[in-house]
Design a protein around this ligand. Structure first.
Ligand code: C2O
Length: 561
């Protein structure tokens, strides 16, 4: 078994302390006291990275369950072959039983850097929200990124050389980096509100690689939903979203008229250094209470034409520091399902699974030199298997048509070796084994998965997303999961229900769900560099017996490989 020749004595990158101190780190003012993102290091000449016209695409409706319509799920070579340039494919699915904030995105290589959008499911006609009817609804798409390069080239280069990919040159709110970037100041997203409103802000983190904090200056955020599942409302000054996650908050415009900055910035515990060029801003602007209607009209038109702010007074928020894990923990452990969700947490478990999630290093191909640490290549795995996509047929097609050889059903229930996940890692486990491996679940079985950060190389918050399902997050914590003591503390009463769980840095999270949706479903880290490195696995959920439980036949226009 090849052991990577890495210098064993010194950890390559200092690992972020995983047991955070109890006191919450002081929040960092975003401006103007501390120059956060002075001027963008680069001035993108093209507002959006050029899209390769020959690129093959496939869309994923992130969070849509696709009951019986697994063919419309989208991940390339998992549920379909790519749509060829000039080709088309109609995604047919129902939103039945779901409401709230989701999104859609390309699901091939790094195409979702520019191909993404909000997907909002409103309550059915005649039904309402389980909270006060908002005056306005404000969708916020965080962080679709600006690159001074084609993002596909960035990841391909990283894979070729073994190095970590560059981070993007700017993050965005609704497509604009905001006022801290001179080049985009004119385009800064301005959201108009009036005094005395309660508005629903639907926040989506569509960043490729970056968990983000989000806040609005001087406004309390009342959290009412995550990943299109209602929560018991609670109030906070900042929220954290991993890539893939959504959070709905109510805000009340109870402040004096002014321009209030909306801001997002990295929660980047793995990097070990703050990198504030992730800061992106928009503005929540109150209608001026100008008595003279003419003045108001003038101000408005001036604003339109000159992109001038209508207020001299700008109020900047404070955001948690980049490594403020205690604030993240306070936020995630405050989430509780709303009774309006029909909470039904499985209590009897048929399948007890334990999956590690983490990075690793693979040896360089013979005769090549690699740019990872000590001539290695970065990789990632679950249970030490680094997921490899097929390239000739989708796994769902292969499964349905009985084509052999594309994948195995050997994904291990538990890691090959259990070890101390607080940093003392046997080096054999730094070298995952490539494979296309699925785990088969019986239709209707109840499943518990312990997701444990391996802490290999770097402790990071891994946003693990399961296709086809929502799950309950019954517990989370730091260090090694302890089946006895931690199980006793599970919340089986009103745990949050999500489609993406942030596995805490150097810690664990436990999810439960009922495997009642037949199909082939990817589970993966929604940090795209980790997905590209293989931090993924597959579930195959066997068709049920009844007609209603079975998958529809493949659509006629399903793309061919
Ligand atoms: Cu939002 Cu597999 O993705």
């Amino acid at each position: 078994d090849p052991v990577v020749p890495i210098a064993p004595e010194i950890p390559i990158v200092p690992i972020v302390p995983i047991t955070p101190v109890v006191s919450i780190a002081p929040e960092v003012p975003i401006a103007p006291e501390v120059p956060i993102a002075p001027v963008a290091p680069i001035v993108p000449t093209v507002p959006i990275s050029p899209i390769d016209p020959t690129a093959k695409t496939h869309y994923h409706e992130h969070g849509i369950h696709q009951r019986r319509t697994g063919w419309a799920d989208g991940p390339v070579y998992v549920t379909q072959c790519p749509i060829q340039p000039g080709g088309s494919y109609t995604y047919r699915f129902t939103t039945e039983g779901q409401e709230g904030t989701l999104w859609w995105h390309a699901h091939s290589s790094w195409l979702r850097a520019t191909v993404y959008g909000a997907l909002i499911i409103y309550p059915k006609e005649g039904s309402t929200y389980p909270f006060i009817k908002p005056k306005k609804e404000i969708p916020i798409l965080l962080a679709g990124e600006w690159w001074d390069a084609n993002p596909i080239d960035v990841i391909n280069r990283a894979i070729r050389t073994g190095a970590a990919p560059n981070i993007s040159d700017a993050y965005t709110i609704n497509g604009q980096p905001g006022d801290f970037y001179n080049c985009s100041m004119k385009g800064t997203k301005i959201i108009r509100v009036e005094s005395g409103e309660t508005n629903l802000v639907r926040v989506i983190n569509s960043a490729l690689n970056q968990p983000l904090f989000f806040t609005i200056a001087n406004h309390r955020l009342t959290v009412v939903a995550v990943d299109a599942s209602y929560t018991k409302p609670f109030t906070t000054s900042a929220i954290m979203l991993g890539p893939g996650q959504t959070t709905d908050v109510l805000i009340t415009t109870d402040q004096p008229p002014a321009s209030y900055y909306i801001a997002a910035r990295a929660y980047a515990s793995a990097q070990g250094v703050p990198f504030d060029n992730t800061t992106t801003t928009a503005i929540l602007e109150y209608e001026p209470t100008v008595p003279n209607a003419q003045t108001a009209a003038q101000l408005t038109s001036k604003h339109k034409h000159n992109h001038k702010r209508r207020f001299q007074t700008s109020v900047f928020p404070r955001l948690p520091a980049y490594n403020d894990t205690p604030t993240v923990t306070t936020f995630t452990t405050s989430l509780r399902s709303s009774p309006s969700n029909d909470i039904s947490v499985p209590t009897h478990i048929d399948e007890h699974l334990f999956f590690t999630v983490g990075l690793g290093l693979n040896p360089c191909k013979p005769g090549r030199s690699c740019q990872g640490p000590n001539n290695t290549r970065f990789t990632a795995s679950m249970n030490n298997v680094s997921f490899v996509l097929p390239s000739t047929l989708s796994i769902l097609q292969a499964y349905v048509q009985g084509v052999n050889g594309l994948f195995t059903l050997n994904f291990p229930k538990v890691p090959p070796v259990k070890f101390d996940y607080t940093g003392n890692v046997p080096r054999a486990l730094w070298t995952p084994i490539p494979g296309t491996e699925a785990y088969k679940l019986k239709y209707g079985s109840t499943v518990q998965i312990v997701l444990q950060d391996t802490n290999i190389f770097a402790a990071e918050n891994h946003p693990i997303h399961l296709h086809g399902y929502n799950f309950y997050i019954v517990g989370e914590g730091f260090g090694n999961f302890n089946a006895k003591t931690d199980t006793a503390k599970f919340n089986l009463v009103d745990p949050p229900r999500r489609n993406t769980v942030g596995v805490p840095v150097g810690g664990w999270a436990v999810i439960r769900f009922v495997a009642d949706n037949p199909g082939v479903w990817l589970m993966h880290c929604h940090i795209d560099s980790h997905l590209s490195w293989g931090l993924a696995m597959l579930f195959v959920v066997e068709n049920g017996v009844g007609e209603l439980q079975s998958l529809e036949p493949p659509p006629a226009d399903l793309p061919k490989c």
